[in-house]
Ligand binder design. Structure first.
Ligand SMILES: [Zn+2]
Length: 112
């Protein structure tokens, strides 16, 4: 092996004479903070759920006296496009509500 062995916990090179070990501990503890570990699937899913909740809160009031009030307009205004030579919708998915719902759907479908 040509690469210098490093500690699997902190990423620092292993001291001379300890290259055969996987991590510090023989001559002393790791000199550095542990390496950041990859997120678990549960953490990833929890983060996505939080993002979905936040996206829903932008669209509709879901609790309290105002529950059910839609916060975004469903109007589909248009403007004339010189490029397309016709009237086109102002919003990619027809309305602010359409845009927000499509974004929410993408968030829910996202692969982890
Ligand atoms: Zn270490």
């Amino acid at each position: 092996m040509s690469e210098k062995p490093i500690c699997e916990l902190c990423g620092e090179p292993m001291p001379e004479g300890e290259e055969m070990f996987k991590f510090h501990g023989y001559s002393g503890s790791c000199p550095k903070e542990p390496l950041p570990r990859p997120k678990t699937e549960l953490e990833t899913l929890r983060e996505r759920l939080a993002a979905i909740r936040a996206a829903i809160d932008e669209i509709v009031v879901s609790e309290g006296e105002d529950a059910g009030v839609i916060l975004l307009p469903s109007d589909s205004p248009t403007h004339f496009s010189e490029l397309a030579k016709c009237r086109v919708y102002d919003f990619e998915n027809f309305s602010p509500l359409g845009d927000a719902l499509v974004a929410l759907a993408k968030l829910a479908k996202e692969k982890s």
